[in-house]
Structure formats: C-alpha cells, structure tokens
Design a protein around this ligand. Structure first.
Ligand SMILES: CC(C)(COP(=O)(O)OP(=O)(O)OC[C@H]1O[C@@H](n2cnc3c(N)ncnc32)[C@H](O)[C@@H]1OP(=O)(O)O)[C@@H](O)C(=O)NCCC(=O)NCCS
Length: 232
C-alpha cells in the first residue's frame, strides 16, 4: 500500500463514479500536502474529477488547501455537557422507535426530502454514520404509521456525536426534531457520556436554532468542508 493510502481514506460519493470523498485516516499520522497530491493523481487516473472532504478542523484542512482544495462550506461545531442539556421531554405528535435495517429505504427518502443535493445521504453514507463510533443509537420517528424523521447518535467513550438528524419537511416545526434530540441526550446519559457534539452548516438557521434551544453552544472555531474541482 502506498504511504499516502495509509493516511487518506477514499470512499465513493453519493454513488457518483466521478466524485470521491477524501478524508484523513484519523488514527494515524496526519497526511501532508504531497500525500494529498498523490491521492489526487491516483483519483485522476481513475477518471475521478471531483473530490470533497468530510468536516475538517482548520488544522486538518491545511494539507488539503496546500494541494489545491478550495472551501465548499463552513460548519459550526456545537457541543453541550449532558448535565446542562435540556431534559424536558418534548411534546410531539410522532413517536420514536428503534430504527432497523429495513427502515433504511424510508429513512433515506426522508433524508432526500430534508437535505439539498450535495448534503443528501446515500446508503453508504448512512452506513458510515451508523458505524463511525463503537456504539450507536438509530431512532426513527413515526407518525400515522409513516416514518417522518430519524436520528443517528454515536458514542465513543464519554463523548457523544449527533451524526445525523432529519425530519420530513411536511412535519417540521411540530416537535419531531426536538423529540429525536432529547432521545439522543437520554441515551447518552444512560450510557455514561458527559458531553455531545454536533456540526451543521453556518447557513442552517433552523438546525442552529433547535440545537441552541436545547442547550448546545457554538465553539469559537468551526469546521470546514473542502472540495477539489478536478480538471486538468
Ligand atoms: C433541523 C430539523 C431537524 C428540525 O426538525 P423539526 O422537527 O422541525 O424541529 P422542531 O419542530 O422540534 O423544532 C423546530 C421549531 O418548531 C417549534 N416547535 C417545536 N415543537 C413545536 C410544536 N409542538 N408545535 C409548533 N411548533 C413547535 C420550535 O419552537 C422550533 O422553533 P425554533 O427552531 O425557533 O426553536 C429539520 O428542520 C430538518 O430536518 N432540517 C433539514 C435537515 C437538517 O438540517 N438536519 C440537521 C442538520 S445538522
């Protein structure tokens, strides 16, 4: 395996053969700009002409910038101590039930309706969100027998991560999102976590308002999603 391939991970993006998701392998040494360039050369040879990164800290973003990546989106990083997070049960017409693999199709449909093009999950991205941490909780919100929302929460040690949250636009504003976030807090508390993190686009006013209402606070430094336009 080439050294760069131990430091960078390539995964397909939304099933598109011409776009790759390229991110640092976080367990090892940080990639340097030459690693990123070699990775891009390998992608070019495969006919891939666009790459995007996952959410990166400004420090992690540096070698990507140096290799020609550009800013695609700025994200807020928010966190809350589970002692301070809201514990008031939300009133919602929907109920939350355990998510199962056979819910994935309906869940991806909610995701498609809730997010705009670039940010939508496909099956692989959903699987990655569910498996990113050693333990996880996958909940779906049901209303009149229909899946109208879902959340994936991960936990690694004493830290929780709200990996994904989406509510069908036809039922937004009725407490479904708050119910799912409360479920995430309650599960993490039961598992002994002491804080939880989430990130969201700076432009996502609805999600920010919801998170801040439930106790999350923005970090001074946010995260960055970068893209490599490809081409010659
Ligand atoms: C962000 C998102 C999950 C919120 O879901 P939601 O179900 O609309 O959330 P809620 O209804 O619990 O809360 C939203 C608003 O409705 C209001 N609300 C909550 N319960 C309500 C109720 N029973 N009746 C009327 N309004 C209510 C809340 O006051 C809240 O307003 P605020 O944001 O000004 O505080 C949803 O908008 C969504 O899926 N967006 C697209 C995907 C996305 O951005 N996901 C998060 C990315 S990190």
């Amino acid at each position: 395996m080439a050294p760069w391939a131990r430091r960078l991970r390539i995964t397909p993006w939304q099933g598109d053969p011409f776009v790759a998701l390229v991110g640092p392998v976080r367990t090892g040494r940080m990639p340097n700009p030459a690693d990123v360039e070699r990775c891009l050369n390998a992608l070019r040879r495969r006919g891939v002409d666009r790459a995007v990164t996952p959410a990166l800290s400004p420090f992690e973003a540096e070698p990507f910038y140096q290799a020609g990546f550009e800013l695609l989106e700025r994200l807020h990083l928010l966190s809350v101590s589970l002692d301070l997070a809201s514990s008031r049960p939300s009133r919602s017409p929907a109920k939350s039930v355990a998510g199962r693999r056979w819910h994935d199709r309906a869940v991806l449909e909610v995701d498609r309706r809730a997010f705009s093009g670039f940010w939508r999950f496909d099956q692989l991205a959903l699987r990655e969100a569910k498996t990113a941490t050693p333990s996880r909780r996958f909940r779906v919100a049901k209303l009149d027998g229909r899946i109208v929302g879902y959340a994936v929460t991960g936990r690694a040690g004493r830290r929780g991560y709200l990996q994904r949250l989406a509510v069908d636009p036809t039922v937004q504003g009725r407490g479904v999102g708050s119910m799912l976030v409360h479920d995430s807090f309650d599960w993490l508390r039961r598992r002994g976590a002491d804080e939880t993190l989430v990130n969201t686009q700076e432009s996502n006013a609805k999600a920010l308002a919801l998170y801040e209402r439930l106790g999350y606070r923005r970090h001074h430094q946010g995260l960055l999603v970068l893209q490599w336009p490809g081409g010659p």
